[in-house]
Design a protein around this ligand. Structure first.
Ligand SMILES: O=C(O)C(=O)C[C@]1(C(=O)O)C=C[C@@H](O)C=C1
Length: 361
């Protein structure tokens, strides 16, 4: 029997499975239409997107996954099915830090799937403004990188904005050296976002010590610039290579192999409880011995884990600081709401930035 003969019956099985999958996915899409009708009747026009429900579904799929596909892979497939179902109910528009091809766009698509309308904006401030004005349903902004630390501009925007955090996305960041040149030796200038240059500092020192490093607004803009001249390169992601037709001269040049960026989903509302949530807060206390310790004591007393604390100058006094704090749990949970009530009375500044599901994908 030839290999073609052996393949034929398996392909027949695949065709039958595909027909069944198609039937089931269409049936699921019909259910989404029913859901939309109920939401419409209830007048919940702003609640078509349900982050807590999506997080629950993805978590369940991952625990039920029998293999052989990886949990992440199967969750990505379901992510896209839900994205298409939501688009049938009501398409979402999502603003991100552009231009096209940035990691922020990749984060937006990872979180919402490919059926949303993504819209690039030039600055983090523009994204906040557009979501506040209602021209985008949600925005996606970078907040911290595992190698380079916090994106301070994003944190500062929260201090001034009424927007809330409705979700988080973790994205593994792989940087490549992209150019029209055919070899690394021909590269005289390297463009990238300053964080990316910093994340690849060691590699650039070793392989391109003489090349000039130029910081620009985004990795995608760097790729655009690199596409203009044969002796330039960009440090950017895979999406930018395709978009700007650049050759990848070296892959995965980041100094830390676990390099991950965390992005936040910002919206006019945060998310209802999903069972595994985080709450982000903006706090400040009196500038005195033990002030911060006293402020955070309610979390310890209620056994609430703090996953992050970041300090930023308050811009009000020379030595005054505000703290960005993330804790496990939803602000509607009894322990968290108890701790928050205590905190509110003790803090100089107290602002809940939102409760939202922990990243699933
Ligand atoms: O359950 C809902 O409320 C739905 O709208 C359905 C659905 C889904 O496809 O499962 C779609 C979009 C929502 O964001 C959450 C879930």
């Amino acid at each position: 029997m030839t290999s073609e003969d052996r393949l034929a019956p398996i392909r027949e099985r695949i065709d039958a499975i595909d027909a069944e999958l198609l039937r089931l996915i269409s049936e699921r899409a019909d259910c989404a239409r029913e859901v939309a009708k109920i939401k419409e009747a209830a007048g919940q026009t702003t609640h078509y997107y349900r982050p807590e429900r999506e997080a629950e579904i993805l978590r369940r799929i991952k625990t039920q996954n029998p293999g052989p596909l990886e949990d992440e892979e199967i969750a990505r497939l379901f992510r896209e099915i839900m994205s298409a179902c939501l688009a049938l109910e009501r398409p979402l528009s999502v603003g991100y830090l552009g231009p096209e091809g940035t990691f922020t766009q990749a984060a937006a698509l990872k979180h919402f799937g490919h059926s949303v309308r993504t819209q690039p904006f030039g600055t983090i401030g523009d994204i906040f403004r557009e979501v506040e004005a209602g021209s985008c349903n949600f925005g996606v902004v970078p907040v911290e990188n595992s190698t380079e630390g916090v994106v301070s501009h994003t944190l500062d925007m929260f201090a001034r904005s009424p927007l809330l955090i409705a979700g988080e996305v973790m994205l593994r960041i792989h940087h490549h050296l992209l150019s029209r040149a055919t070899e690394i030796g021909a590269v005289r200038k390297v463009y990238s976002h300053q964080q990316s240059l910093a994340q690849c500092r060691g590699w650039l020192d070793r392989h391109l010590p003489a090349a000039e490093r130029i910081a620009v607004g985004s990795n995608a803009e760097a790729a655009k610039l690199a596409a203009r001249s044969g002796d330039c390169a960009a440090v950017a992601g895979e999406a930018a290579a395709e978009l700007y037709e650049l050759r990848s001269l070296a892959q995965r040049i980041e100094d830390e192999p676990g390099n991950t960026t965390r992005f936040l989903i910002i919206g006019r509302e945060d998310a209802p409880p999903s069972g595994r949530d985080k709450t982000s807060l903006l706090l400040s206390c009196r500038n005195e011995a033990g002030g911060l310790h006293r402020l955070l004591t309610p979390f310890a007393e209620q056994d609430i884990s703090m996953t992050r604390i970041e300090s930023r100058p308050s811009r009000q006094g020379v030595w005054d600081y505000v703290f960005f704090v993330d804790v496990c749990g939803h602000r509607g949970d009894a322990e968290v709401s108890g701790a928050l009530a205590q905190l509110k009375t003790a803090a100089n500044l107290y602002k809940v930035l939102g409760s939202y599901p922990e990243a699933v994908l």
